[in-house]
Design a protein around this ligand. Structure first.
Ligand SMILES: *Cc1c(COP(=O)(O)O)cnc(C)c1O
Length: 358
């Protein structure tokens, strides 16, 4: 067991890596975790010395507040390796900023930037063999914070645990998804927590999504909670519509998560001279565009799948099929983003962040 200290992180590496037991050609998303994890506890009003240690189960009191009141937030990011073995993150400052924005809304103390970056670097160095080169291969990184205080009074906890776990992800062909436009259920409301990556936001989508799946639609496009007239986002992805050659996406708000992939697509569209309108987009407008043939594409944008094309949508029992076109914007943005992430394409905006090898 190697023990050392890097930037005031206690690092204990595993005696025996399990990497040889993993079939990297047949990875199911989010099932397998790397050899190590990052842990930092908030106690006595401050974040304590962070640790990198072997990935393992942990013991938490049943009364920990996270189990009762869902005081928990998370992030989703990826590490990529180029053919020279260099490791990169994509716009990680935004993940740090966002987890603190989410945390503040859930009354969770913010996590210091140097702890976040030093922790990520130490963890990725310990697990660097788990990041495979090759376009589309990546290591999915899941930072999260949970309320650990053992007390079931309904108020913010006094103790928390910040952790980072990592799961190798394979380049996969994501088949176009069929989606349902929400008419009854809502994901978020004005003044709520829709903008935050709060754990409870996802649990609340499982039931309506399972109903949609029974009807043959894999995902729901959420509409505004008060009128259900305006299209907002997909719940783990932001959403773009292409009418003729113009892209349209809803503005972010306290109901919509400010996705890093979304804002990267908006910037790339600008770079490529593709018109992109950030404005409210109504169900009616998209149905009319589907009817008159001007609706060319719908696609989701998020870290996990990068870009997910939509092949059909349903609203008020009307089903509209969307023909998958060659040279789609969806595929153009996916390729551009992946090339930047894997250090193949020019990084005009400084989005790549190289993780220094130790
Ligand atoms: C994570 C997430 C997205 C996508 O954000 P990225 O930063 O692009 O990964 C979109 N919507 C919701 C609700 C999300 O949780």
């Amino acid at each position: 067991m190697a023990k050392n200290n890097q930037n005031e992180i206690d690092i204990v590496t595993t005696e025996k890596s399990k990497i040889n037991t993993v079939d990297f050609n047949n990875l199911i998303f989010g099932r397998v975790f790397t050899d190590h994890m990052f842990v930092c506890d908030f106690e006595d009003g401050k974040w304590q010395t962070p640790k990198v240690m072997p990935y393992q189960a942990m013991s938490i009191e049943p009364s920990a507040r996270v189990f009762h009141y869902g005081q928990a937030v998370f992030e989703g990011m990826k590490a990529y390796k180029d053919d020279d073995g260099k490791v990169f993150l994509f716009r990680p400052e935004d993940n740090h900023r966002r987890i603190n924005k989410s945390a503040a809304r859930l009354a969770i103390p913010e996590f210091p930037k140097d702890y976040f970056f030093n922790g990520l670097e130490a963890l990725l160095n310990a697990d660097k063999d788990w990041i495979k080169p090759g376009l589309g291969n990546s290591l999915y990184i899941r930072p999260f914070v949970i309320a650990t205080e053992a007390a079931i009074s309904a108020s913010p906890a006094a103790t928390y645990r910040f952790m980072i776990i990592c799961s190798p992800a394979k380049a996969y062909y994501n088949a176009p998804v069929r989606v349902l436009f929400a008419e009854k259920f809502s994901r978020s409301a004005d003044g709520g927590v829709g903008f935050a990556k709060a754990a409870g936001n996802y649990a609340a989508q499982f039931y309506p999504t399972s109903l949609a799946q029974k009807k043959g639609f894999q995902q729901i496009i959420w509409t505004d909670a008060s009128t259900h007239k305006y299209l907002e986002e997909a719940g783990t992805m932001n959403i773009f519509f292409r009418i003729n050659d113009t892209l349209i996406t809803a503005p972010t708000s306290d109901r919509i998560l400010d996705g890093i992939t979304r804002k990267s697509v908006i910037q790339l569209a600008k770079d490529l001279g593709i018109k992109c309108e950030v404005r409210q987009v109504s169900v009616e407008e998209i149905k009319n565009a589907a009817k008159d043939g001007s609706l060319k594409e719908i696609f989701g944008a998020g870290t996990a799948a990068v870009i997910s094309p939509v092949s059909a949508f349903e609203h008020a029992d009307d089903v509209f099929e969307i023909e998958q076109i060659p040279n789609s914007y969806a595929m153009l943005f996916k390729e551009k983003l992946m090339h930047i992430q894997h250090n193949i394409g020019l990084d005009e905006h400084g989005w790549r962040y190289e993780v220094v090898s130790k």
